[in-house]
Write a protein of this length. Sequence first.
Length: 188
Amino acid sequence: MTTGAGYVGTLPNIEAEFNYLKKQSSEKAMAPYTVEQLDKENEEKLRPVPRENDNYVDIIIKKDKTTKYLYDVNNVILILEKLRRCLNTNQDIQKFNAIVSNLIDNVEYIRVEYKDKPESNYLSYNRLILISQQARDVANFRTQGLASQKYLPYTSSNNVYTKEALNTKLEDLLSSVNETIFILKNLE
């Protein structure tokens, strides 16, 4: 018995009874789409976050921590996204100044509303104060540069309002706007 001898005889053919399992497993193994196709399809189907919808803010973003601060910050996020689009598309000074003015007004409201509250210690609160001041400075610089353009040539050694200086300030502002949006969107 221990010499390695096993079953002697013929086994029944049960393959036909289990063919349906082989078909199902082979169908599951083959993906109908590639990863790139699925990503492209999902990208087309995904909608942007409806931050202007108050119900979205109240239900989804605020979760159990419903605070007025989150609602106020959400309004600033919308303005900062407009400012980012304006900076990326290099829109005219009038549109830029209008967005910056709106940002300054909203941040000032937040500053006054929360200055003596625990929210004034948040990174997001302090970041809003800084971005507001930076945006104000860039808007003033851009406006003064446009006004002085009539009187000082670009090549003048006395001209601080050069295109290079303006572009540097605009790039710095764009970088700060992106960082601030990131901070505000991750506010919990």
